[in-house]
Design a protein around this ligand. Structure first.
Ligand SMILES: NC(=O)c1ccc[n+]([C@@H]2O[C@H](COP(=O)([O-])OP(=O)(O)OC[C@H]3O[C@@H](n4cnc5c(N)ncnc54)[C@H](OP(=O)(O)O)[C@@H]3O)[C@@H](O)[C@H]2O)c1
Length: 283
């Protein structure tokens, strides 16, 4: 199996590249392939002829997308369509990654793949549109929804992933205020990468939810990261409405794993164990 990876400089992209070994046919970040360019996307698939393209490119600035939706829609929706059409035309499988933020959080028990999405913010709309466009292209596809991804090489636009930003702020002595009223399942990019490859190997298609096991709030995640890293500082728990972020977020976005199980994927380890490995220097 020959695999191409777009968005290879991000958290998931790096983790995939680190694991693919001889199966890696091509990998590139934004500088090598801007996924918004349909002709360039088609050119890569034509040239490399991969069996599988894993799209790890994404616009993840959830708050930024509220004031300027165009970049999120271009990368998360239109570019997903470019990739889906190029893969369809060359007979490749497209693995695309989506988000828990397609849900509104009203459910209060884990969201299943068949639950009706209702995004609360532009980012969620863009991710949902990407899934629909991949499906509408009519080629072979696997769409994996995940949540709260942490790993090495987080988004340049956001100054790294949440865990890295919290640790950096704590070490600078900056006050830490983190919301405790949004519950989700953090997911280690390395575990997600392995799960994607296992699902591909197992022939999974359609929509599948994948996260690490366990749930927490952003406040619990921050506290756990500081605890594991041995940084003794207090994190003030605040409510989302007190933060005043531009984008509304679901209060509950835990994803159910029944379909992943049905495709033979065992439960991923707990997010705490994964976080501990990441903070010990994992990729
Ligand atoms: N991070 C999360 O908490 C989270 C939660 C739920 C779902 N997801 C989804 O999981 C997947 C992997 O996310 P991640 O955490 O690995 O994201 P990430 O670390 O932000 O990586 C995304 C990568 O895509 C690149 N990119 C942006 N625009 C591009 C373009 N036009 N062409 C090519 N590359 C481009 C980014 O480059 P720059 O750094 O230069 O922008 C970055 O390297 C995404 O589909 C994401 O939406 C993530």
């Amino acid at each position: 199996m020959r695999v191409a990876v777009t968005g290879a400089a991000g958290q998931l992209g790096r983790a995939l590249v680190a694991r693919l070994g001889p199966r890696l046919a091509w990998a590139g970040g934004r500088d090598e392939l801007d996924v918004r360019e349909a002709a360039a996307v088609a050119g890569m698939v034509e040239r490399v002829r991969p069996d599988v393209v894993i799209n790890a490119a994404a616009f993840n600035d959830v708050d930024g997308a509220e004031s300027d939706p165009a970049p999120a829609l271009a990368v998360n929706a239109a570019a997903a369509r470019h990739l889906a059409r190029a893969c369809r035309d060359r007979g490749a499988l497209l693995v695309h990654v989506s988000s828990d933020y397609v849900f509104d959080g009203a459910k209060r028990e884990p969201y299943r793949e068949e639950d009706c999405p209702r995004p609360l913010n532009v980012y969620g709309v863009s991710k949902l549109a990407g899934c629909l466009l991949v499906s509408a292209a009519g080629g072979e596809h696997l769409i994996v929804r995940t949540s709260g991804v942490f790993g090495a090489g987080g988004s340049r636009a956001k100054g790294g992933a949440f865990v890295e930003r919290i640790l950096a702020r704590a070490r600078q002595g900056a006050p830490l205020r983190v919301v405790d009223d949004q519950v989700f399942a953090p997911t280690y990019a390395a575990d997600l990468a392995e799960a994607l490859l296992a699902l591909v190997d197992g022939g999974a298609r359609g929509l599948v939810h994948v996260t690490n096991s366990g749930t927490c709030s952003w406040h619990e995640l921050a506290t756990a990261a500081l605890d594991i890293a041995g940084v003794r500082v207090r994190v003030e728990a605040i409510r989302s409405r007190d933060l005043g972020a531009p984008a509304r977020r679901p209060a509950y976005s835990v994803l159910a794993h029944d379909r992943a199980r049905a495709f033979g994927l065992p439960p991923l380890r707990s997010w705490r164990d994964a976080l501990a490995e990441f903070l010990r220097g994992g990729v």
